[in-house]
Design a protein around this ligand. Structure first.
Ligand code: XIL
Length: 384
């Protein structure tokens, strides 16, 4: 592409007869070259883990976690299961699996009462074959929701929500250990209140009803409230809002067993490991399990060379994982994707929320080799 561009301009220059024409073409060539070098992710250098790191030399994450009571997970799309290299990497390193998109309402009940659970079934089967715990994600969420639900209100909405929950949780009863029952119900900003979700038409009690319905459908499954931006702890409106919400649900006798902190790290502003730990302790004190359910650490806005960025990513990851491990009830960490090639942050829409990329946010690089981040997690498992 770059060669074609240069050849085109060389020919055009040859045909120019005056000075103004030359200047114009040279400016156009410079702009073309700059545009060609910026904003094209496939031209960015791959984030290699370094010469010494080959996947065969590395202790599998799940082996490192085996002696602890913690799980190490990843989010998988059913399409990944057709790639033998990804299947092998996932089965080797992870002992927990989350469906990245396959169990969301927009993919499971696109039309009222008509359910498509086949893609989810594939993930559940893969997890079972490989001795992995399955996390169900997610039942009640304002995004990736079927459009028809947004037009409902009152009893019709309540019944649709309950039928959806009963069908999915019932279908995978006994096979899904943890469900993210409600996702991202809290608003961003300074009041820590519930966001204006289509489900809020039922009042705040929609959360209570969602958890109760899920519990009836599978009394053994652990039920989680899951959200982002609730990691910081006391004084942070959304973290405090999440704590108030969980406290209210517990007091009302609602069957909620855990809080999922997504942990989509933004290195430009992120709580310290100590703050995160104190926050985890507050939720644990309510009797809840805590899991970091969607962790990734984008490096685009971290300063330095690529090597320096990857070392900082290792440190940040290590310190956050270690903060979880210092609290007994913090029982798992899930990375949101398998490798840098599979991250949702490669989508410019989502990636730009973390500033300019490339973000290389996960523990394996684009050719599935281990990165320093992986060693950060291994160190945390080893108590180093
Ligand atoms: C993301 C998926 O990774 C993408 O593939 C999809 O396009 C959008 O959703 N919080 C969540 C996840 O709870 O479900 C989101 O997953 C990431 C943010």
């Amino acid at each position: 592409m770059m060669t074609t561009l240069t050849t085109f301009f060389a020919r055009a220059l040859g045909r120019c007869t005056d000075h103004a024409c030359h200047t114009l073409l040279l400016v156009a060539l410079a702009c073309g070259l700059i545009a060609g070098c910026i904003g094209r992710p496939h031209d960015w250098p791959a984030a290699k883990g370094g010469k010494a790191m080959h996947r065969s030399d590395v202790t599998p994450l799940r082996q490192a976690s085996a002696g602890t009571h913690r799980r190490i997970g990843t989010a998988v799309r059913s399409g990944h299961l057709t790639d033998p290299r990804l299947r092998s990497l996932v089965a080797t390193h992870f002992d927990s699996l989350t469906a990245e998109n396959e169990m969301k309402w927009g993919n499971t009940e696109r039309q009222p009462g008509s359910f498509s659970l086949g893609a989810g079934d594939q993930l559940v089967a893969f997890a079972a074959e490989n001795g992995m715990r399955m996390r169900g994600h997610t039942l009640v969420w304002h995004l990736q929701l079927a459009n028809w639900v947004k037009d409902l209100s009152g009893d019709a909405l309540r019944e649709a929500m309950k039928r959806h929950i009963r069908t999915l949780v019932g279908h995978w009863r006994g096979q899904i250990a943890q469900w993210d029952v409600v996702n991202e119900a809290l608003a961003d900003g300074s009041d820590g209140k519930l966001r204006d979700s289509p489900f809020l038409k039922l009042g705040e009690g929609y959360l209570d009803e969602a958890f109760r319905t899920a519990h009836e459908a599978d009394p053994e499954a652990l039920l989680f409230y899951n959200d982002y931006g609730i990691e910081a702890g006391e004084g942070d409106a959304k973290s405090d809002g999440a704590l108030r919400l969980c406290t209210r649900l517990k007091k009302a006798g609602v069957p909620i067993h855990g809080i999922g902190m997504q942990m989509h790290v933004d290195p430009r502003h992120w709580p310290t490991p100590e703050e995160i730990q104190r926050n985890v302790e507050r939720f644990a004190a309510l009797g809840l399990f805590v899991e970091f359910t969607e962790m990734d650490v984008p490096v685009g806005r971290i300063r330095g060379t690529l090597d320096e960025k990857l070392q900082s990513q290792r440190t940040i990851t290590h310190d956050i994982v270690a903060a979880c491990f210092r609290v007994e009830k913090c029982t798992g960490i899930t990375l949101w994707g398998i490798s840098d090639a599979n991250s949702w942050l490669n989508d410019p829409h989502w990636g730009s929320l973390r500033g300019r990329g490339p973000h290389y946010p996960l523990a394996f690089d684009e050719v599935l080799e281990p990165k320093p981040m992986l060693f950060g997690i291994l160190d945390a498992f080893a108590g180093r």
